[in-house]
Design a protein around this ligand. Structure first.
Ligand SMILES: [Zn+2]
Length: 151
């Protein structure tokens, strides 16, 4: 139940990214049942191709709070993290990751080569968050479909 609520919040951020002219990806960071930080894709508005929702969120949260160990935090993201974002999660020792659409979903939508990015990174790293996949997958896939099908 909580997972659905938090993923809906991440979806709102994905919508917000899209409205601003960025790509439709959103993420929220949760601790003790409450959202402590929100992240949106800002690759265009920040002119930063690395400003993905998840990496941006983790960087901004750590910069603001000086908390560098996220082992007691859960991150919800609308799409399975890429190699970079999964790597960021490793270095920040994220406790739990929950995502909606998978890399396979994204690959099918974009018709490009894809890869099970987060799985590959986590399986080959010294730290891995506990992962739950497919929460509100259909909603998360739809927002990506709507965006990438027009490109
Ligand atoms: Zn990423």
């Amino acid at each position: 139940m909580d997972d659905i609520y938090f993923m809906k919040e991440a979806l709102k951020l994905a919508e917000s990214s899209l409205m601003r002219g960025d790509e439709p990806f959103g993420a929220v960071l949760v601790k003790d049942g409450a959202i402590v930080f929100r992240g949106e894709n800002k690759i265009n508005t920040e002119s930063d191709p690395t400003y993905h929702a998840e990496t941006g969120l983790i960087r901004d949260f750590i910069k603001e709070t000086k908390i560098t160990d996220l082992s007691e935090y859960t991150l919800y993201t609308t799409c399975e993290p890429c190699f970079m974002c999964a790597g960021t999660m490793v270095w920040a020792k994220l406790g739990r990751l929950i995502y909606g659409a998978s890399n396979d979903d994204l690959r099918n939508i974009r018709g490009k080569k894809g890869f099970p990015c987060s799985k590959t990174v986590f399986e080959n790293s010294s730290h891995s968050p506990v992962v739950t996949a497919g929460v509100l997958r259909e909603e998360c896939v739809n927002i990506l479909k709507n965006y990438f099908s027009k490109r």
